[in-house]
Design a protein around this ligand. Structure first.
Ligand SMILES: Cc1cc2nc3c(=O)[nH]c(=O)nc-3n(C[C@H](O)[C@H](O)[C@H](O)COP(=O)(O)O)c2cc1C
Length: 489
């Protein structure tokens, strides 16, 4: 059964002993962030945190709701993240039906998929309270996360777990992306969609048409919907359809009060408004996923026209910073779920691993079934051309007998198997907006390493050596006699 909303999920998390309630009053300025950061660094990502009394607001705050493998699986209602990948593979690997019987046999699959389409409803919990006359963001427990967040002219508060809904002005197709929201004052914010993202593309189209852009920011929904806002979906696929697939039930959507944008009906808080395509303002700095402050930059300005919310709203937030943090677990879900989509273009990919220390885009380990000279280099160039994989600063390709989830073993194979001049690819290209190391924003160099076994055609003039392993009979003998040698089992 899909979670009805955020609080339904929190109930389950609490019933499993995975939520810690903090009953004393806490400050949304830095204190909640400091507590969350410390808990996130604990064993297995710590617990979700429910701050019941927040200084200056009537509403509680919840953080770290996705911050462990266990909660990430619970959020997406799966025993293992790989099981979602298997569902996607099953959906995509249907061979074209030839006979009538085969055609009939795929009907249930198609019917099931169509049942995940978002549904429009009229009455929505997120519109229990409607504030149109004097909408004021100051009433909500919006956090300041790190001391250097924001400009001297504002309080440095950011909405950190928002779902930003926009629409293509030409086709009407919707998008939902998670882009942090810098609060400038009671009814003005920044809109931090990076230029590579779908929200920015919708913005560019409004700008070209000289049209004001309606936007709605929803905060708090059932966890599959929140996660879907972060998923690197192709522009043509609605994140709410993907959320429906994840939760195996359609997402109920409701029209905003002041625009035609639709938002999840079960949201805790919805901020409606618009962007004038010609207006920009300095956004940031912000203590970011990388563990460093991302620089301030010019971004569009969002004007709030209406705020709607649930009577007893629960405000969810995330704190990002030096890994491991909650966002690392969301990235791990993406790594697992998107592997089958990568395999559509590159069936030779066996597995991938984006280590948490690489904060999503800085490093990706890939194992492949190598079939021809230069195969690993094809994968490197191919992945740099694939959606948000273009941000990967380091791609390391190994043979399929390497388990890339085993980082020490992979490192050993890579460090011993590489001739750097022969096996390294360095290329210039787009970089993630958050990269602070390149000479220019959003543009710089990236590296690919081909750490697969090399053939003569690839320039290797010597025999590739054999990896050490003990002969089977001796290994068995030693196993049998282990106790005899005086070791415990
Ligand atoms: C907690 C969190 C915060 C994020 N903040 C931003 C942000 O401020 N700007 C941005 O462009 N992407 C941000 N992202 C990444 C996007 O959500 C992600 O790239 C997503 O796929 C974008 O959706 P889109 O492809 O529909 O544009 C964030 C991700 C997470 C998990």
């Amino acid at each position: 059964m899909a979670y009805r909303d955020l609080r339904d999920y929190l109930k389950v998390v609490e019933s499993k002993g995975l939520l810690h309630r903090i009953r004393v009053e806490v400050d949304p300025v830095l204190e909640i962030s400091a507590v969350t950061n410390r808990v996130s660094k604990g064993p297995k990502g710590g617990k979700a945190l429910f701050f019941e009394k927040v200084k200056g607001s009537d509403y509680p705050v919840v953080t770290n709701i996705f911050g462990s493998f266990e909660r990430m699986c619970l959020a997406l209602e799966t025993g293992r993240l790989d099981d979602i990948a298997a569902r996607i593979t099953d959906l995509m690997t249907q061979a074209p039906p030839k006979t009538l019987l085969e055609k009939l046999s795929i009907l249930p699959k198609l019917l099931e998929f169509s049942s995940f389409l978002p549904k429009t409803v009229k009455d929505a919990p997120c519109q229990e309270i409607i504030e149109k006359d004097d909408p004021d963001l100051g009433r909500f427990p919006i956090l300041k996360c790190w001391p250097g967040d924001g400009q001297a002219t504002d309080e440095g508060r950011f909405i950190t777990l928002p779902m930003v809904f926009t629409r293509d002005p030409e086709t009407g197709s919707p998008n939902c992306g998670m882009y942090r929201v810098h609060v400038y004052d009671k009814n003005t914010t920044g809109m931090h969609w990076h230029i590579h993202k779908d929200g920015a593309r919708h913005f560019d189209r409004h700008k070209a048409l000289k049209q004001r852009m309606p936007v709605a920011i929803a905060v708090g929904s059932d966890p599959a919907v929140i996660y879907a806002a972060t998923a690197p979906m192709p522009e043509a696929i609605d994140e709410m359809l993907f959320a429906g697939f994840l939760r195996r039930a359609p997402v109920e959507m409701v029209k905003c009060i002041t625009s035609g944008i639709s938002v999840p009906a079960n949201s805790e808080l919805v901020i409606e408004g618009h962007i004038d395509p010609e207006e920009t303002r300095l956004e940031g700095p912000f203590g970011d996923h990388t563990g460093f402050y991302s620089h301030a930059g010019c971004y569009p300005v969002f004007h709030v026209t209406c705020i709607t919310h649930r009577k007893d709203l629960v405000y969810p937030a995330t704190i990002v910073g030096k890994p491991p943090m909650e966002d690392c677990y969301m990235a791990k879900a993406t790594e697992r779920i998107f592997l089958p989509l990568m395999r559509l273009d590159f069936p030779e990919i066996k597995d991938i691993n984006l280590p948490m220390e690489g904060v999503f885009h800085n490093c990706c380990l890939i194992s492949i079934k190598k079939s021809y000279p230069g195969h690993a280099k094809k994968i490197i160039h191919g992945l740099w051309g694939m959606g948000q994989m273009m941000f990967s600063k380091l791609l390391i390709v190994v043979d399929d007998d390497v388990d890339v989830q085993d980082i020490p073993y992979t490192a050993w194979r890579v460090l011993n198997n590489v001739d750097w001049k022969r096996d390294m690819v360095i290329a210039d290209g787009p970089l993630d907006d958050l990269d602070h190391a390149a000479n220019f924003p959003r543009y710089g160099s990236k590296m690919g390493i081909d750490a697969t076994r090399k053939s003569r055609e690839e320039g290797m003039t010597r025999e590739w050596p054999q990896e050490l392993s003990m002969s089977g009979d001796i290994a068995l003998l030693v196993k049998k006699r282990w106790k005899e040698y005086g070791f415990p089992d």
